[in-house]
Design a protein around this ligand. Structure first.
Ligand code: GUN
Length: 291
């Protein structure tokens, strides 16, 4: 049976490390790290992420700045708001919640975020540096960074290992593959046009699943002893629940946990780590700015 990686417990440890750093900044410089979260429109998932971020900030003594803009806001107005946050000395991290409405060019907006405050690591220059050997971006995208941290804190070595990333989104799959490459893994990306993904996944010592497909990865796709990090958070109907649904990952946990060496559960694996990593990035940004 696999070791189940407890993301909640690891996140708790990191949060207490962050709280210590926040206290130190306050004692030494009288400064509080600040995170701005910009939301356009009222998508339920975006509002729920934003709520979690605000709550976590409050718990750790990080000041949060909320910018809620209507669905119809113009691109120019959104960029103006970003520029104001760029020059606000109390803001050390800026996150523009994705996806943005269709009339707004996501790339244009992300490019306007100050590199020094790009806590999501989505600025094309930060992503570009992530992709290049010997270059270091100022910030690493939160979910991929959380995946690597979970592997490292669980004692899974990455160097020289075969890693397979399932999914190639800009938010998770692509940057996760770049981070694994930077950590000296041999990396393959499996996506919707890959034929026989199961045979490729079966070669992997490390699997990062970020396809957004409920339980697509079966137990017999996993190499015995592999480390499996499941980023999927898919809501599936479940009439036995009060809410009418439950969350499942991209991996069939029941089957895969009998084969893998390590595995993250859903919920309670990567999820709690993502917000924590965002806060960690914010404090890193604040330290660079203040010290
Ligand atoms: N939407 C879903 N995940 C993310 C994320 O990590 N950052 C941002 N900005 N938007 C998201």
């Amino acid at each position: 049976m696999a070791t189940v990686i407890d993301g909640k417990a690891v996140a708790q440890i990191i949060r207490s490390e962050i709280a210590d750093e926040v206290r130190l900044l306050s004692q030494k410089y009288g400064k509080v790290p600040g995170l701005a979260v910009v939301i356009v429109g009222n998508r339920k998932d975006s509002q729920s992420y934003a709520g979690m971020k605000r709550k976590a900030c409050a718990e750790l003594g990080i000041k949060s700045f909320d910018v809620d803009l209507p669905e119809q806001v113009s691109q120019a107005e959104l960029i103006k708001q970003v520029h104001e946050l760029n020059v606000n000395p109390d803001v050390h991290g800026i996150l523009v919640q994705l996806p943005l409405p269709k009339h707004i060019n996501e790339e244009k907006v992300l490019t306007e975020i100050s590199l020094e405050k790009d806590v999501d690591g989505f600025h094309p220059l930060n992503i570009g540096k992530l992709a290049m050997k010997g270059r270091d971006p100022l910030f690493l995208p939160c979910t991929p960074k959380a995946c690597i941290e979970l592997l490292q804190r669980s004692g899974v070595s990455i160097k020289g290992k075969k890693a397979v990333v399932v999914g190639r989104s800009n938010i998770v799959g692509l940057p996760a593959s770049l981070l694994l490459l930077k950590a000296d893994a041999t990396v393959t990306i499996v996506h919707s046009h890959t034929s026989q993904p199961e045979s490729i996944i079966h070669e992997a010592d490390i699997v990062i699943a970020a396809a957004g497909q409920p339980m697509m990865i079966k137990g017999n796709w996993i190499k015995p002893g592999a480390a499996v990090i499941d980023v999927g958070t898919n809501a599936v109907d479940d009439p036995t629940k009060k809410s009418g649904y439950r969350l499942v990952g991209d991996v069939d946990f029941e089957e895969a946990s009998k084969v893998a060496g390590w595995i993250t559960p859903v919920p309670g694996g990567v999820g709690p780590m993502t917000v924590t990593t965002l806060l960690k990035n914010t404090v890193e940004g604040a330290k660079r700015y203040i010290e």
